[in-house]
Design a protein around this ligand. Structure first.
Ligand code: FES
Ligand code: FES
Length: 160
C-alpha cells in the first residue's frame, strides 16, 4: 500500500502528515508532531497509556492506523489545559496524588475526559469501568478513581 497524505486536526490545529503503511496514530503524534504525552507502553491495545480522544471518543492510539482517520479531530493531553490553566481533571489528579511515576497519567486523564464529557455525574462504578482499559502499576487505582469523582464535582461546581 503506498503512502498517502492525511489531514488531522490535533488540539485544534490542522496538520498534514505522510501516512506511511502501518504508521499508527500514536507514532504520528509522538514522532511526527512531537506530542509525547500519550505514551508507548504495550503497543498492542492493552495498557491504555496511549489513550487519546479521536472525534471525542477515547481510543488507544497505538491501534489506530493513521491512514484510516483522515479528517479526524484528535485531542491529546497537551490540548486539555485551556490557556495554560489545568482543567478540573488535571487539578484533581494533582491535588489527589493520583499520579506517581506518571506513565499511565496521560491515558487515564484522557479516559476520564471522555467519561465526563459523556456523563458529567458518574458513579464510582462508571469511573471504574471507564478506566478499566488503563493499567496503573503504582497507585492501586483508588486515588485515580477518587480524583475523577472529584473532577466531576469540581466541574459541576463550575457550571452550577
Ligand atoms: S501503548 Fe497503546 S494500549 Fe498500550
Ligand atoms: S502512576 Fe505509575 S503507572 Fe500509574
Amino acid at each position: 500500500m503506498p503512502s498517502r497524505i492525511v489531514t488531522l486536526t490535533v488540539n485544534d490545529a490542522d496538520h498534514e502528515l505522510i501516512a506511511t503503511p502501518g504508521l499508527t496514530l500514536l507514532a504520528a503524534l509522538r514522532d511526527a508532531l512531537g506530542l509525547t504525552a500519550a505514551k508507548r507502553g504495550c503497543a498492542q491495545g492493552t495498557c491504555g497509556s496511549c489513550v487519546v480522544l479521536l472525534d471525542e471518543r477515547a481510543v488507544p492510539a497505538c491501534l489506530v492506523p493513521v491512514e484510516t482517520v483522515d479528517g479526524a479531530a484528535v485531542r491529546t493531553l497537551e490540548g486539555v489545559a485551556a490557556g495554560g490553566e489545568l482543567d478540573e481533571v488535571q487539578s484533581a489528579f494533582l491535588d489527589g496524588f493520583a499520579t506517581q511515576c506518571g506513565f499511565c497519567t496521560s491515558g487515564m486523564i484522557m479516559a476520564a475526559e471522555a467519561l465526563l464529557a459523556d456523563n458529567p455525574s458518574p458513579s464510582r462504578q462508571d469511573v471504574v469501568e471507564a478506566i478499566s482499559g488503563n493499567v496503573c502499576r503504582c497507585t492501586g487505582y483508588e486515588p485515580i478513581v477518587a480524583a475523577v469523582l472529584d473532577a466531576a464535582r469540581r466541574r459541576a461546581g463550575r457550571t452550577a
